[in-house]
Design a protein around this ligand. Structure first.
Ligand code: SAH
Ligand code: SF4
Ligand code: F3S
Length: 482
């Protein structure tokens, strides 16, 4: 008998296509046995990086023959996990109890866990001990191996789970299948990992060292996406501003942006996330002169206190941050600026917190993600003294939220009465006489229309602002402006 493993190609992605074919015949046999298609479901936690990985994982599963199921009552269920804050982990543990019940009803069900949480050895240990019904565990570095791991699960008679978590990698595997969530917009990885080691953050430990994709591969992927009808791309990385820094013959992020801006047929370009310490004048200039780059900038602040920024290892000061905001607004007066802020970092005093409030007041963000500091084992901040009591954090958090809300309400109202371009993304979930889309600055707009508008960019008069979204009316150009 030929041993499938010994004849498997050694190079990627050929090796994975080989295992996809092997899994395909196993799935086909099961289909014949069950008299129906096999179903799969991916539950994605965390950030855009995970959302993108899930598109690749779904691509592999559909290639193997699974059809996507709306819910977790499926033959193969995969949780792509996040561990950035403690509550991300708690959510997964909570849902696993539900999966256990589903598996009791369908013993052939395969349960797999991957993503950032699985990079932590104590988590994997806990799952093996307390959730022994989980069949496959893998991490962030080898998601491309899903078919190989599934084949192992299908053919391995032992009751032990298939566990394969890599500590790190320098490898970037291109050309695997992927299923995009939207036909008209797509995320595109430009880099992986993070080298910044902000002292509170676990991402560098679970996503590994920074590495950039080649600009040739990125442009090739975007050109293909455009030929398939994509009009908007989001360039993804933990710190897009340091794109290409480690690769000797690679272009800078600003140059890459210029190359993407020149792609014919593409209408909108977004990117995230930018670290303030690496935001260059060159990038601001390219953005301001580009034809398609949205005037939207996510610039995480984390704290307004120089003392805390130092303890956080952020490499900028409040003054430097505010000067970057000034430069962005000078070059693009209509730019929308958003941020991330952490409340309750160890040792945060009322004075430190007031520095953060001061930056919020001065910048007047369009919107902000605010997080309560969460202690992550293995990070330097977890060992810092003076962790802040919950009631103090809660009080500061509420005051911050209130300030941000007032600022962003004011900002939203400023655009009412103007006509702006909207990319229509879908039919409104609550009212099917409406469609929902996004402005260049990423704000949500609801307008009268039907699904024929999905994927189109239309001129919309912003009639009314409600919280952080708008109601608008399509302009055809024939309206009377009197
Ligand atoms: N690379 C990106 C974001 C990564 S995580 C960046 O640098 O901006 C997204 C956000 O989660 C961070 O910006 C930070 O505000 C928040 N975050 C990260 N670790 C955290 C922790 N331990 N507790 C609370 N919030 C945290
Ligand atoms: Fe975390 Fe800092 Fe890296 Fe962002 S830049 S992922 S906050 S370590
Ligand atoms: Fe979470 Fe991993 Fe993203 S920890 S925020 S899913 S990089």
């Amino acid at each position: 008998m030929i041993d499938n493993l010994s004849v498997a190609p050694v190079h990627e992605p050929e090796r994975q296509y080989y295992f996809m074919d092997l899994c395909k015949s196993i799935v086909l046999n099961k289909e014949n046995e069950y008299g129906r298609k096999l179903t799969c479901h991916i539950n994605t936690f965390g950030c855009q990086m995970n959302a993108k990985d899930s598109e690749k994982l779904l691509g592999i599963l559909e290639e193997i023959g699974f059809v996507e199921s709306e819910d977790e009552k499926a033959d193969f269920v995969l949780y792509n996990t996040c561990t950035v804050r403690e509550n991300a982990n708690l959510k997964v543990y909570g849902r696993l109890g539900y999966l256990k019940k589903l598996k009791e009803k369908n013993p052939n069900m395969i349960i797999a866990l991957c993503g950032c949480m699985m990079q932590e050895s104590d988590v994997v240990e806990k799952i093996r001990k307390s959730f022994s019904f989980v069949d496959i565990i893998f991490g962030t570095h080898n998601i491309f191996q899903l078919a190989e791991l599934l084949y192992d699960r299908f053919t391995n008679k032992s009751k032990k789970p298939t566990v394969n978590v890599w500590e790190g990698t320098t490898e970037i595997v291109e050309d695997l299948p992927q299923i995009r969530k939207y036909p008209f917009k797509a995320g595109v990885n430009i880099m992986f990992g993070c080298d910044n080691f902000c002292t509170y953050c676990i991402v560098p430990y679970v996503r590994g060292r920074e590495r950039s994709r080649s600009s040739r591969d990125i442009i090739r992927e975007i050109e293909k996406l455009v030929s398939e009808g994509v009009v908007e791309v989001m360039l993804l990385g933990q710190n897009v501003n340091s794109y290409g820094n480690k690769e000797e013959d690679e272009v800078s992020f600003a140059e890459l942006l210029k190359m993407v801006d020149d792609i014919e047929g593409l209408e909108r370009i977004r990117f995230m996330t930018s670290h303030p310490k690496d935001l260059s004048d060159e990038l601001i200039e390219v953005m301001a002169n580009a034809k398609k780059v949205c005037h939207q900038f996510h610039l995480p602040l984390q704290s307004g206190s120089d003392r805390l920024l130092k303890l956080m290892n952020r490499h900028y000061t409040k003054e430097k941050y505010l000067s970057l905001v000034d430069k962005l607004r000078e070059a693009m007066p209509d730019i929308s600026i958003t941020t991330d802020i952490i409340v309750g970092f160890p040792g945060e005093t009322e004075e430190d917190f007031m520095e953060t409030m001061d930056v919020v007041e001065k910048v007047n963000y369009d919107s902000a993600f605010t997080f309560i500091y969460s202690k992550r084992t293995g990070t330097p901040a977890a060992k810092m003294e003076n962790q802040i009591p919950e009631d103090v954090i809660k009080d500061r958090f509420d005051r911050l939220l209130d300030k941000i809300q007032k600022g962003s309400d004011m900002k939203t109202k400023q655009l009412v009465g103007q006509t702006k371009k909207v990319l229509v993304e879908g039919v409104n979930e609550h009212d099917d006489s409406l469609v929902t889309g996004r402005l260049d600055n990423n704000s949500v707009v609801h307008l009268k229309g039907d699904e024929s508008l999905i994927g189109k960019i239309v001129d919309v008069h912003l009639d009314e602002a409600k919280g952080f979204y708008y109601y608008g009316t399509i302009r055809t150009g024939n309206e009377c402006e009197c």
